[in-house]
Design a protein around this ligand. Structure first.
Ligand code: C5P
Length: 269
């Protein structure tokens, strides 16, 4: 029979390696139109950031969680401090850094604040506030199995085409002309948390530090920096509730997921 000492919460196997989670929450949230940082926007009676942090902690993959908040922010820092006080013993260390002017700058600021001895890091958008624990676990498990980089993805339902701007006579008809159709079965929509061997992600961000303004603006996730190093990036299944809350419609969908009859944990695929 199990004795009383063994009845506590079991540590997830992938936590045996020292893993940190970076939560980037330093975006302005302009497209949401609330006039405040997106992470501070209310969702189901809490803020977007609190939902994101609760998911990270519930997944139990991290020894440290480092949150990048907008420079000069005090409101999010206060919420994080309150959240930290409420954490049960054995929960992760929570630290906060000032983010930068781009997402990649925010990631770099958080990377610089990770504890010595960290082996793996998961980078997560606070805007994907409802990402389920199972996705964090799948990513951590792939790292534990030997991946240097792993991302959660979803199949694409729309047909995706490439386009170019038009000029001359074409411009009188329509603003863009189709240049090709990507084969849908090979396409995936990419989510977070994205997981990396820390040394690999540090190397990728160091290389990105040499980018010019145009190249830097084209960086939309961490995995693409690792791809540029030629390191294989593995893909695991994401989840539809990991949607990135960007527009007012996304917020309505996220509210709907939280209010659903079976609750958000019901949606897996
Ligand atoms: O703007 P975008 O949709 O790419 O933002 C994705 C995530 O990156 C959001 O969680 C946002 O808070 C974060 N971000 C950041 N620092 C920035 C820009 C975005 O932490 N300068």
């Amino acid at each position: 029979m199990q004795n009383a000492h063994n009845l506590g919460r079991m540590t997830h196997p992938s936590k045996r390696a020292v893993t940190a989670v970076i939560v980037v929450a330093a975006g302005s949230g302009e497209r949401l139109g609330y006039g405040m940082p997106k992470a501070q926007v209310p969702l189901g009676g809490e803020t977007i950031l609190m939902h994101a942090l609760r998911g990270v902690v519930a997944s139990d993959v991290a020894r440290q969680v480092c949150v990048a908040v907008p420079q000069g922010d005090t409101a999010l820092r206060a919420l994080i401090a309150e959240f930290t006080v409420d954490l049960v013993d054995g929960g992760p260390e929570i630290s906060v850094v000032d983010g930068g002017s781009t997402r990649a700058d925010s990631v770099r600021a958080a990377l610089a604040a990770l504890e010595d001895g960290t082996e793996f890091v998961l980078v997560h958008d606070a805007a994907r506030a409802l990402a389920p624990e199972r996705v964090f676990e799948r990513v951590a498990e792939a790292l534990a199995a030997g991946a240097k980089a792993v991302i959660p993805t979803m199949p694409v339902v729309d047909t995706i085409k490439t386009v170019a701007g038009t000029d001359g006579a074409d411009a009188l008809i329509a603003p863009e002309l189709v240049t090709g159709t990507a084969p849908r079965e090979e396409l995936r929509a990419v989510q977070t948390p994205q997981g990396f061997e820390l040394a690999t992600l540090l190397r990728a961000h160091e290389a990105a530090g040499l980018f010019d303004g145009k190249q830097a603006a084209a960086v939309t996730d961490d995995a693409m920096l690792v791809e540029l190093l030629g390191v294989p990036v593995h893909a695991v299944r994401g989840a539809s509730q990991s949607l990135k809350i960007t527009t007012p419609l996304d917020l309505i969908i996220a509210e709907g997921l939280l209010e659903g009859p079976l609750g958000i944990r019901w949606v897996e695929g």
